[in-house]
Each structure stands twice: as C-alpha cells, then as structure tokens.
Design a protein around this ligand. Structure first.
Ligand code: S3P
Length: 162
C-alpha cells in the first residue's frame, strides 16, 4: 500500500513525506523529481518551453507509473489533482492524504522562486487554493491538519495511518 500526499505547492509534502517514510519504514518518491529525471528538463523549463498543458500530460503519465509502486510515500505536485485519470489510479494504489496547510502559513514558510505558476504572487496562491481546495478534499482519504509544527503533523499522521 502507498501513501499519496496531495496539497498546495509549499504545503510541505516533500518535507513531511520524507520523514513519514522514514518513520513508517517505507520508500519515498517525489513526482516532480521523477518528471525532471525522465525528461532531463527542469519544471520551469518545461512550463516555459512547452506550456502547462504539456507539463500536465507528463505529470499524468508519471502519476500512472507511480500507481504501480509498493510501500512508498509518494509526494505529488500541487496540480496532480487536475488530471482525473492519473489521480484515480494513484488513489487505488493506497491512501491519499491531503496535507492541509493554511494559505497564510504557506506564504510565510515558502520560497517560491523556481515554481513557475506562483512566483512571489500571494494573490495567485490564494486563487489557486480556492480553485483547488474542493479537488484536494474530493480525492483525500485522510485530511491531515498541517497548521502547526512538522513534529505535530507527523505525530497525527502516524496515529491515523498506523
Ligand atoms: C505545481 C506545483 C509544483 C510543480 C509545478 C506545478 C502546481 O509542485 O509540480 O510547478 O500546479 O501546483 P509542488 O507542489 O511540489 O511545488
């Protein structure tokens, strides 16, 4: 069974995911890294040179591949929920955990350089959150509150997942 972390960019999926995998004795994979490894291009380059729709095609195919992983904590990109085919397959492979980090916390904690959809635009991040929150909730088997410290979030995660 896999654990699939979904949530906004900057919500802490990679940080929490790596630590959760360590605690639970699972593997860890980051789908943004998989995209960069498979294409040999950085995510900002893919957006700039080929556009968002092409990026979503690649992201969806990586989600489909990741659905065959076993015993892996999978950190998805914030927009992975935008393609139903890939997300539905991932959901069948394990438990989907929505890392629910308040937008203000995201804005305080995150350096958004190198994240093409966001840059330093707080308004854009708030709009993305409004557009996506219902999809995050729709796919989630578990909603994990991440308003506090990473330690608290991990403790709660282990309680609900173990
Ligand atoms: C995106 C989030 C990014 C990355 C890409 C698009 C999004 O991943 O996949 O820049 O649409 O929210 P993170 O959520 O890991 O930042």
């Amino acid at each position: 069974m896999n654990i699939i972390l979904i949530g906004m960019p900057g919500s802490g999926k990679t940080t929490i995911g790596k630590r959760l995998a360590d605690i639970l004795g699972m593997d860890f994979r980051d789908l943004d890294c998989m995209i960069e490894e498979e294409t040999g291009r950085s995510i900002p380059d893919i957006f700039r040179e080929s556009g968002e729709s092409h990026f979503r095609d690649i992201e969806e195919s990586v989600c489909r591949k990741a659905a065959s992983f076993e015993n892996t904590v999978i950190s998805t990109g914030g927009g992975a929920i935008l393609r139903q085919g890939g997300m539905s397959l991932l959901k069948e492979s394990g438990k989907v955990v929505f890392l629910d980090t308040p937008v203000d916390t995201i804005l305080e904690r995150t350096d958004f350089s190198g994240r093409p959809l966001l840059k330093d635009d707080a308004g854009r991040i708030r709009r993305l959150h409004e557009e996506r929150i219902s999809l995050y909730r729709l796919y989630a088997d578990i909603v994990l509150d991440n308003a506090g410290s990473a330690d608290e979030t991990l403790k709660n995660a282990v309680n609900v997942l173990d």
